[in-house]
Design a protein around this ligand. Structure first.
Ligand code: BTN
Length: 250
């Protein structure tokens, strides 16, 4: 993969920077890295608090030739790649909260925002944005219960650029396989080993009506499989899924 990395001291949102570049024809592999974001974007219109410090804010431009229905798997592949690198580089065992969070001790340390932009009926481009709290100690009141950081200790200095580079190397490896296989089966087993949802009670906030069940794994398409009390298994493609015991779901 040919990469072009653009570093910002401060920007509004690395996802927005990549979107602008994509719209002027930038190729797959362009990366935006920032030390600080003034308007970090989270999922579902939320913000991603992005102070300056030992945190990572990165977005990657992809132009995959895949069916748009498969794009959500890119979030899963990135979540897996980040978890692998955190384990390899720091020995930190994070877990994946499907589809886009990494958790440590049941609190969020990383969020992923994947945005797909269509051109006619095909994918024009996809932006995968990653935010990781590394040594961050200050959180806004509303985040205290749900967010944490890797807390590697004062003596361990993390170079966000080299962490970002390692994450990308891991990601490109799985991304290439994904493009060849065109499904998630190749990573399913390894992914499930890190899946915090697995075997736990979850609540699916479906627009057609919320329901509870036990998460039993993911499908070959990367959907979360939820077994309801009556034994019926639902495949959740997208949406908000709370896991009992994490982020206040009791
Ligand atoms: C979430 O969990 O809601 C997703 C958060 C994604 C945050 C990252 S930080 C880098 C990139 N730029 C943004 O504006 N958002 C993503």
């Amino acid at each position: 993969m040919t990469e072009k990395v653009i570093c910002y001291e401060k920007t509004d949102s690395t996802n927005l920077r990549i979107r602008e570049l994509a719209e002027t024809g930038a190729e797959e592999g362009v990366i935006a890295l920032a030390k600080e974001q003034s308007a970090g974007k989270g999922r579902r219109g939320r913000t991603w608090d992005s102070p300056k410090g030992d945190n990572l804010y990165m977005s990657i431009l992809l132009r995959p030739h895949i069916d748009p229905s498969m794009a959500s798997m890119l979030t899963l592949i990135m979540a897996y790649s980040v978890a692998v690198v955190l384990q390899k580089q720091f020995g930190t065992k994070t877990q994946i909260k499907w589809p886009n969070d990494l958790v440590l001790d049941d609190k969020k340390i990383c969020g992923i925002l994947t945005e797909m932009i269509m051109e006619e009926n095909a994918i024009g481009h996809v932006i995968v944005g990653i935010g990781i709290n590394i040594n961050r100690t200050q959180f806004a009141d509303e985040l205290l219960e749900t967010a944490t950081a890797l807390h590697l200790g004062e003596n361990i200095s993390v170079n966000p650029e080299s962490l970002a580079q390692n994450i990308r190397s891991e990601f490109w490896k799985h991304y290439t396989m994904f493009l060849e296989e065109e499904n998630f089966a190749f990573l399913k087993e390894d992914y499930e080993a890190l899946l915090v949802n697995k075997g736990r009670q979850v609540c699916v906030l479906d627009p057609a009506g919320s329901y509870e069940g036990k998460a039993i794994g993911v499908s070959d398409a990367g959907e979360l499989l939820v077994e309801k009390a009556d034994g019926q298994v639902e495949a959740v493609f997208a949406g908000e899924v709370s896991v009992r015991g994490i982020y206040g779901y009791v």
